[in-house]
Ligand binder design. Structure first.
Ligand SMILES: [Cu+2]
Length: 198
């Protein structure tokens, strides 16, 4: 009896897990590759589709500080998200950035401490440490659930996109970018993107 119950619960959980990973029937993937720009690799480009659907703030977002490096170097968050900036290094860091044309400064703080900022407007946030000039990171604040960051070869895939009209944006820290209207169609949509200097 106990064995049967356990099996039923396990089967139920497996089915639920299966539902969780399956693709909604009326959505598609928007995939492709960003071409290199000169000698610069198209890795860590942000690609996103702006349409009618707005995004909820992310429940959790972290830009870590380890070995004098911000991790990740490039991240995307949705509008209204609060980002934690923990210091997991043996040295002090001072995180500051220009955001919405204003500078914010989290001050000096030691290992084990964390400070946070809520980003309620869209745009690019360039993050620096005024103790270590080599440290930098970028956060793109977007107002859409359809975004991703390219891999080391410039490849990307945005999952579960409803077909329709969108403004496609691509951005790279070197100053290359792309913005154009596109139609996302049902079935695998593959795009080859060429960015130009802003
Ligand atoms: Cu630092």
């Amino acid at each position: 009896m106990r064995t049967t119950l356990c099996f039923t619960v396990a089967l139920g959980m497996a089915l639920c897990a299966g539902v969780g990973v399956s693709k909604p029937a009326d959505t598609t993937d928007f995939s492709g590759q960003v071409a290199r720009f000169g000698k610069v690799s198209a890795k860590e480009c942000v690609v996103y589709l702006e349409g009618a659907k707005r995004a909820e703030p992310l429940k959790r977002a972290v830009v870590d500080q380890r070995s004098k490096v911000f991790i990740p170097h490039v991240s995307v968050i949705t509008r209204g998200t609060t980002v934690q900036f923990p210091n997991n290094d043996s040295v002090f860091h001072n995180v500051f950035a220009y955001y919405d044309a204003k500078k914010f400064d989290l001050g000096n703080y030691p290992r084990g401490a964390s400070r946070s900022v809520t980003f309620d407007k869209t745009g690019v946030v360039a993050i620096l440490c005024n103790i270590h000039a080599e440290m930098s990171a970028y956060i793109l604040v977007v107002d859409t659930p359809y975004y991703t960051v390219t891999d080391s070869k410039g490849r990307f895939s945005i999952h579960n996109v409803p077909p329709g009209e969108y403004t496609l944006h691509a951005w790279h820290e070197s100053g290359f970018a792309l913005q154009k209207r596109i139609a996302v169609k049902m079935g695998q949509t593959v795009a080859s993107l060429t960015l130009t200097k802003e």
